[in-house]
Design a protein around this ligand. Structure first.
Ligand SMILES: [Zn+2]
Length: 51
C-alpha cells in the first residue's frame, strides 16, 4: 500500500495533475494516465511516444 502522504507529494509527469492510488496503480485525476507501482515505488514516467 502506498502512503497517502507520499501520494500527495506526487504529480502526474505529463500534466502535473493530482494523482490517486487506484487498483494497485497510480492514476492521474486529470489526464487519466496510469502508472505502475514497482516494488512499492510509484513509477511516474511518461512514455515519450505519448507526449
Ligand atoms: Zn496527468
Amino acid at each position: 500500500m502506498i502512503d497517502k502522504k507520499l501520494l500527495a507529494l506526487l504529480a502526474c509527469p505529463a500534466c502535473q495533475g493530482d494523482v490517486e492510488f487506484k487498483d494497485k496503480k497510480i492514476v492521474c485525476t486529470k489526464c487519466h494516465r496510469n502508472y505502475p507501482i514497482v516494488d512499492g515505488i510509484p513509477v511516474l514516467l511518461v512514455d515519450p511516444t505519448e507526449i
